[in-house]
Design a protein around this ligand. Structure first.
Ligand SMILES: [Zn+2]
Length: 507
């Protein structure tokens, strides 16, 4: 009773109270609106932690610990990167080799984006140099001698005290990357920076040596082993990053990427994002419009689920999909796909690009391959996977249309003698020839194989191949072995006919 009287005594006049409530409601609505509109006011939700299986796979791998910051006005990315490496070979090592691919962009002669067919598309304002400046190299706490093995500066040798098999060592590099003004997988264009294969990464080992091929202008001329990355990143206000790893903290912004083939980033102050959850994976799409971000997130989520059903579950807790200005439909990285800004607004092209790059999460990221010597082993499999995806998601008519327009014409045209589906990347004369033979004729081979094996056996073989080869670097023999185990017979003759035999147009 008394309370009621006291309350009455302090009662705010009704009109003012209603005005106050209306004002509060307006402020709340504005906060919610801004939170969904303006990335500077919020950040995407953190993905779940990595699975126990992924952590176990990651245990024996080399690890990178990076502290980095980005200076957009100077187009620079400065970092301190500590690599811990265990000598898993049977030989003592006296040097570690890093791929410093950014240096290929220092001159017109060595830039893969400066070939005659790409130059105008990539360097819209004329040639712009990029590269990496090594400030220091340390082994433990001691300064180390370093030098480049090649003229382009893409193979960095860091000398170390003899490292016996089974022993571990830490090397710390401090460096600044200059990002070229270039619409490419490494470059800045349209307010978006892409850093693909830009951070120094240990070269792949082969027998007693290291793989140090040049950065060819065709294909994805890389071979990369899985490693773990922990990256702490300082960004200017308003900038968002898509990355190969799962964000595990926002302050400071920290990524954890387990069992990935390099750490790729795209950065922009024009990004907005949309998120979807698919199983244990958080999908975050970054684009310059909310409509494109939502469409990309939805498409990526559908693709992750479909390919997970076909080839085994997607292994990472996060999958980022980000728009950038690149001259291809898309570009794959572990747990991150870059989609061309040009296809992001076209629903059919976007669907195909997202499906293709997402298929690479199985054939490239999970199961690695030598993309220099056997590029068909990821590209042909991805085009085939897209055809299967279209069949499931869009039906038989859409599937037939895709096969008739994207795959079959490649078998009817004449290609200069000398290259086959199984050829290494360096033998191709241009992107058109490479795409026609490796992607499209390669997919035709897969469709033929599927028909010959019958009854869904090829998809069974691919699921087995993923299960056996996950986080390693597979090859043709491993692929043939999976075919034999799932299909019950030897398919070597079939593969030789397609992979190694020159096909005259008109088949
Ligand atoms: Zn591809």
């Amino acid at each position: 009773m008394s309370n009621a009287r006291i309350k009455r005594g302090f009662r705010v006049p009704l009109r003012i109270r209603n005005l106050g409530l209306a004002l509060l409601a307006l402020i709340a609505a504005a906060v919610i609106w801004l939170a969904t509109r303006d990335p500077a006011l919020t950040t995407p939700a953190l993905p779940a932690l990595a699975s126990v299986e992924l952590r176990q796979e990651a245990e024996a791998l080399a690890s990178y610990d990076v502290r980095a910051s980005f200076q957009p006005e100077r187009r620079t990315f400065t970092a301190r990167e500590r690599v811990t490496y265990t000598n898993a070979s049977g030989w003592a090592l006296d040097a570690l080799y890093f791929r410093t691919y950014a240096n290929a962009f220092a001159s017109r002669e060595t830039s893969p984006a400066a070939s005659s067919e790409l130059f105008e598309l990539c360097y819209k304002k004329g040639f712009s140099p990029g590269g990496i400046t090594i400030v220091s190299a340390l082994v433990g706490a001691e300064p180390a001698k370093w030098s480049y093995e090649d003229g382009a500066g893409t193979a960095l040798k860091v000398e170390i005290p003899p490292l016996a098999p089974g022993e571990s060592i830490s090397v710390t590099l401090t460096y600044t990357i200059l990002i070229p003004e270039c619409a490419y997988r490494f470059g800045m264009s349209g307010g978006i920076a892409a850093l693909h294969n830009a951070l120094p990464t240990l070269a792949a080992r082969e027998g007693g040596g290291w793989r140090l091929e040049p950065y060819y202008p065709i294909g994805d001329p890389f071979i990369s082993e899985c490693a773990n990355w922990r990256v702490e990143l300082t960004l200017p206000d308003g900038w968002l990053a898509a990355a190969s790893g799962a964000r595990i903290a926002d302050s400071p912004l920290t990524y954890e990427a387990l069992a990935v083939r390099g750490f790729t980033l795209t950065l922009s102050d024009r990004y907005v994002y949309a998120q979807e959850i698919s199983g244990g994976t958080t999908i975050t799409a970054y684009a310059t419009t909310m409509g494109a971000a939502r469409a990309l997130a939805r498409e990526a989520s559908t693709a992750i689920k479909a390919f997970g059903g076909m080839f085994g579950e997607y292994p990472w807790p996060s999958y980022d999909i980000a728009v950038a200005d690149i001259p291809f439909g898309g570009m794959e990285s572990s747990a991150l796909s870059i989609i061309s800004a040009a296809v992001a607004g076209d629903s059919a092209a976007r669907m195909r690009a997202v499906a293709h790059e997402t298929a690479h999460q199985w054939f490239h990221a999970a199961v690695g391959n030598d993309e220099l010597r056997e590029p068909w082993l990821d590209e042909a499999l991805c085009v085939y996977a897209v055809a299967q995806y279209i069949k499931i998601e869009k039906g038989d008519a859409a599937y037939n249309d895709y096969v008739e327009t994207e795959i079959e014409p490649s078998m009817r045209i004449t290609i200069p003698r000398g290259v086959t589906i199984g050829s290494p990347v360096e033998l191709f004369a241009n992107w058109g020839e490479y795409r026609t033979i490796v992607y499209e004729r390669g997919a035709s081979m897969m469709l033929g194989l599927s028909e010959a094996m019958g009854d869904g056996k090829l998809n069974e073989a691919l699921a087995l191949y993923v299960k056996e080869e996950k986080f390693g670097v597979a090859n043709r023999a491993a692929f043939m072995d999976a075919l034999k185990r799932a299909g019950g017979s030897d398919w070597e003759g079939f593969l030789v006919d397609y992979l190694d035999t020159y096909i005259i147009g008109g088949w």
